[in-house]
Design a protein around this ligand. Structure first.
Ligand code: TXA
Ligand code: MG
Length: 338
């Protein structure tokens, strides 16, 4: 199929995107986190087409994106006080809330679960498209397993010819996917860190707990709260190894490896001192910059043509925890601590 290119600033193109979605098509749209591959949340065939285009495992549920609070009752069976508090504080924005699913919502969206993930994006284009169509089920618009798309070009590289249209917008401002919390259990639980940080959430949800899978590999017998946590993710073709170290130790470690088929994903301050090929992904002191750059740089890694890339781990604080969470998955949990 030919993938139609639409432009976010054109009113006509936004209308076209909404029409394609209402008619059961699938359209990549910009959001503030990463580009999403959208389908009507109420159209089972369209949702199946999203799974097919991405090559996504059938048991990994999608997030439903809304543009107005009144849409919640079409999707969730209840909206508890804790959810209201979070929504008031963080919506529209990069927070996804897991709630009991409404019976009438088809289980293709939720991959058979009786819960549903909901988020109201802050990106104006995304909200316009939703308000002109309907709530949209949308995973990240990448091929399953590869780094999430933070620019329209990444979507074109991965999905051109497999989807009806792409709305070409600006590069994504946050750069990592939304924070995911579950409000189903006894305590609110962080399942995926993102732009809404643990510190911000704890002001509203003081008893928030962090699911162990955020920082660690799941044991095979462990209960999976979020199916997405099981899969290898965000990986370039090159092997990635995460390195937890001070800048000095990281640079010394790399400089013993000249002549090997290796490269570095480093902080910008380190680049000049590294004697092997290196790509920097942001300043040591700026975790928001690292979040914004990470997926772009993971995509660039393959162009270096080396066997292994050593990635300098950020501190697991603020949005740095989200960057760490994505990098450890890109590294398939291979970590060196110096
Ligand atoms: O920022 C984002 O969240 C982006 C943009 C497009 O909005 N979307 C995104 O979707 O990252 P995706 O499908 O790549 O990641 C959704 C995550 C997965 O890890 C999935 O397992 C989890 O949310 N999830 C969805 N529904 C769930 C549910 N009912 N229970 C537990 N986890 C759920
Ligand atoms: Mg994804």
């Amino acid at each position: 199929m030919e993938t139609k290119k639409l432009f976010y600033k054109s009113k006509k193109d936004i209308k076209t995107a909404a029409t394609i979605l209402k008619d059961g098509g699938i359209v990549a749209i910009p959001t503030e986190t990463v580009y999403g591959l959208a389908a009507s949340a109420f159209n089972e065939d369209a949702i199946k087409a999203v799974f097919t285009a991405k090559g996504r495992p059938q048991d990994n549920p999608l997030i439903v994106h809304i543009s107005a609070f009144r849409q919640i009752k079409q999707i969730a069976a209840s909206f508890p006080k804790s959810a209201k508090k979070c929504a008031k504080k963080f919506w529209p924005g990069p927070l996804t809330i897991i709630l009991p699913k409404k019976d009438s919502l088809n289980t293709t969206v939720t991959a058979g679960l009786d819960s549903v993930a909901i988020r109201m994006p802050s990106d104006k284009t995304a909200r316009k498209i939703i308000s002109k169509s309907c709530p949209l089920a949308a995973p990240s618009a990448n091929l399953s397993g590869s780094p999430s798309p933070t620019s329209a070009q990444h979507v074109i590289d991965d999905l051109s010819g497999k989807i009806d249209a792409i709305v070409v917008g600006e590069d994504c401002k946050v750069g990592v996917e939304s924070t995911v919390i579950s409000l189903l259990g006894e305590h609110p639980t962080l399942l995926r860190p993102g732009g809404v940080t643990v510190g911000m959430l704890k002001k509203v949800l003081p008893d928030l707990v962090i699911d162990p899978a955020v920082e660690n590999e799941l044991k095979t017998d462990q209960k999976v709260l979020s199916p997405g946590l099981k899969y290898k993710h965000y990986s370039p073709k090159t092997q990635v190894i995460l390195v937890e170290a001070s800048s000095k130790d990281f640079v010394d470690f790399l400089n013993l490896k000249t002549g090997e088929s290796v490269a570095a994903l480093c902080f910008s301050e380190e680049k000049a001192n590294v004697k092997i090929p290196a790509i920097s992904y942001g300043s040591e002191s700026d975790d928001s910059e690292k979040a914004k750059e990470l997926f772009l740089k993971l995509r660039e890694i393959d162009s270096l043509g080396v066997q292994t890339v050593f990635a300098h781990a950020p501190k697991k604080e603020g949005i740095g925890l989200a960057v760490y969470n994505r990098l450890i998955r890109a590294a398939a949990f291979k970590v060196i601590k110096l």
